[in-house]
Design a protein around this ligand. Structure first.
Ligand SMILES: Nc1ncnc2c1ncn2[C@@H]1O[C@H](COP(=O)(O)OP(=O)(O)OP(=O)(O)O)[C@@H](O)[C@H]1O
Ligand SMILES: [Mg+2]
Length: 175
C-alpha cells in the first residue's frame, strides 16, 4: 500500500479507478430518485456530507432519501432558522443545514454532536462549513454541481468501510 491511506480510504477521485464517475442528474426528479435509492440502503449511524453551491440539489436529494427510508417526503424542507431537523421513521434521520453557521466554532452550539453517536443517519448540507475534525472517519461525501442550466451532477466519494460498502451497493443499484 502506498501513500499511507487507510485500506478502505479512497484516493482522490481522478486517480482511483474504483471511484465512480460523476452521476448525471437530468432533472429534480432524478435527484430525488437518486436520494431514494440511497435511502433504501441507508443504515443507522451513516453520515452523508452534502456539498455543492446554492441550489445544486442537496435538499431535493434529502427529500428523496427520506422517501427511500419509508418516510413521507413532505417532512423535508429547507429550514429557515433551524439547523437540525429530526425525521423519525423506520430510520431516525437528522437533517443538518449549516448554511447559516456564521463561524465554524459555532457548530458546538448546534447540538450536532448529539446526533453523531450512531443512533441517527445524519445528512449534512454545506458540510464543507464543518471544522474537519467534526466529520467522522467513516462517511459518504456527495458533491453536487450544476451541469448547464437545467441539470446537475453528483460526485460520490466514500471514506471508511461502511461508506465504501454503501457506495458499492448504490452503484450496483443505479446501473
Ligand atoms: N438534477 C436537477 N436538475 C434540475 N433542477 C434540479 C435538479 N435537482 C434539483 N433541482 C432543483 O434545483 C432547485 C434547488 O434545489 P435544492 O433546494 O435541493 O438545492 P440546495 O442545494 O439544497 O440549495 P441550498 O444550497 O439553497 O440549500 C430546486 O428547484 C430543485 O427542484
Ligand atoms: Mg438546501
Amino acid at each position: 500500500m502506498s501513500g499511507g491511506l487507510h485500506p478502505f480510504q479512497s484516493a482522490p477521485m481522478d486517480s482511483d479507478p474504483a471511484q465512480p464517475q460523476p452521476l448525471p442528474l437530468e432533472s429534480a426528479w432524478h435527484t430525488e430518485h437518486f436520494g431514494s435509492t440511497i435511502g433504501r440502503h441507508l443504515q443507522q449511524g451513516q453520515v452523508i456530507a452534502l456539498t455543492g453551491e446554492m441550489g445544486s440539489g442537496k435538499t431535493t436529494f434529502v427529500r428523496g432519501l427520506a422517501r427511500g427510508t419509508g418516510l413521507s417526503a413532505h417532512v423535508v424542507s429547507s429550514p429557515t432558522f433551524v439547523v437540525i431537523q429530526e425525521y423519525i421513521g423506520p430510520i431516525a434521520l437528522a437533517h443538518v443545514d449549516l448554511y447559516r453557521l456564521d463561524a465554524p466554532r459555532d457548530v458546538h452550539e448546534t447540538g450536532l454532536a448529539d446526533y453523531l453517536t450512531g443512533h441517527f443517519a445524519v445528512l449534512i448540507e454545506w458540510a464543507d462549513r464543518l471544522p474537519p475534525a467534526w466529520l467522522p472517519s467513516d462517511y459518504l461525501s456527495i458533491h453536487f454541481t450544476h451541469a448547464g442550466h437545467t441539470s446537475r451532477r453528483a460526485s460520490l466519494q466514500a471514506f471508511g468501510p461502511r461508506s465504501h460498502g454503501l457506495l458499492q451497493t448504490i452503484m450496483a443499484d443505479t446501473r
